[in-house]
Design a protein around this ligand. Structure first.
Ligand code: AHR
Length: 343
């Protein structure tokens, strides 16, 4: 009798599961393929390769090049078929790429959004097509967090805070004004917004620390140099001193160093330089005394991305936010750390 009840209940449960799958899943998973990814439907056959569509920001920096390589190498190693596109720092190109991945019915879409805003429509299209989305490196500002499955990347606000904390300690005995010039990352991008926010939050109660000039250098070496040249020119014209350069990435810092040297200044001595990322080139410059501190941002997230993709396809739950680990490297650590840098 008991047995009969049990098998009746099992049939009912099966029927309800099938119905859920047929109706396209629930609000958090977003549909049939998503339901499958959570284990509520037939999982992908083991002999079929997982297909991942990855829409990259571009090739604007050493960090990005390392990130792309990490994604490509890890996909190969994990046996995942990778469809890769480079958006050349343009949101419309990334949207096009995501739409093409939807049309090709890939298993998972991952992307590193060039800017924070304006993703809801295309993410809704992916959700309606039941394709899970993974955000890597940069966040979107969508209110509807069901539009993506997880976000793997750094805490950019914390990176900004770490830069601010280092500076406060460095200039704590300096009585007069500390004039800071800032090279921001790509306008509207998560790292540019958050690194500025974290830095300002930490220095705001120190009246002598002031950001006197701030402009985007678009995360590139060429633009970093160009903007720094303009800063130098106007500082000369206004007869003001620049005490600190806060650069949102290594490439802009390295471009700025070139501009400073061409103007006869000694980077790292005449002006303190705070940089972010931790590329080999920047560590070399720090070893040479031209950068004073590097706040690390880790691009080597490929293995983690592939694991997340596999977990999603296998129907496992993945945490909504996964943070990457990173450190703070002052100049005195440069010589020891340089040989360990992988990017
Ligand atoms: O989103 C990460 C940032 O983007 C890195 O700091 C920068 O170098 C890159 O271009």
């Amino acid at each position: 009798m008991k047995m009969k009840w049990k098998s009746g209940a099992a049939v009912l449960m099966m029927a309800s599961m099938l119905l859920t799958a047929a109706c396209g899943g629930n609000a958090t998973t977003g549909g049939a393929k998503d339901t499958a990814a959570k284990g509520g439907d037939t999982p992908k056959p083991a002999d079929k390769k997982i297909v991942l569509g990855f829409a990259q920001v571009g090739a604007e920096s050493g960090w990005r090049t390392a990130n792309t390589k990490s994604i490509q190498d890890s996909a190969k190693e994990a046996g995942i078929e990778l469809k890769f596109s480079d958006a050349q720092q343009k949101q419309e190109n990334q949207i096009k790429a995501i739409r093409s991945y939807i049309a090709q019915k890939v298993d998972v879409i991952a992307f590193s959004p060039v800017v924070e805003s304006g993703w809801d429509t295309v993410l809704k299209e992916a959700k309606d097509a039941n394709i899970p989305v993974v955000l890597t490196d940069r966040a979107v500002d969508s209110k509807d967090t069901s539009l993506y499955r997880t976000f793997l990347g750094s805490d950019f606000v914390e990176e900004g805070r770490n830069a601010g904390k280092w500076l406060l300690e460095k200039v704590k005995d300096q009585k007069g004004p500390v004039n800071i010039v800032e090279l921001q990352g790509t306008t509207g991008s998560a790292p540019a917004i958050d690194r500025k926010k974290g830095f300002e939050e930490v220095i705001k109660d120190n009246a002598n620390l002031k950001i006197v000039k701030s402009q985007t250098g678009d995360f590139t070496r060429a633009k970093g140099k160009e903007v720094m040249e303009a800063f130098i020119k106007s500082a000369k014209a206004e007869n003001t001193k620049m005490d600190v350069l806060y650069a949102h990435n290594d490439d802009m810092a390295l471009g700025a160093i070139q501009a400073l040297e061409e103007a006869g200044m000694k980077p790292g001595k005449d002006i303190l330089i705070i940089s972010m990322d931790g590329t080999k080139d920047a560590f070399q410059a720090m070893k040479d005394g031209k950068i004073n501190v590097i706040i690390e941002c880790n691009p080597l997230m490929g293995p983690q991305v592939m694991q997340i993709v596999k977990d999603i396809v296998a129907g496992k739950e993945v945490p909504k936010r996964i943070l990457t680990k990173e450190g703070v490297f002052p100049q005195e650590t440069a010589a020891k750390e340089l040989p360990n840098r992988q990017y």
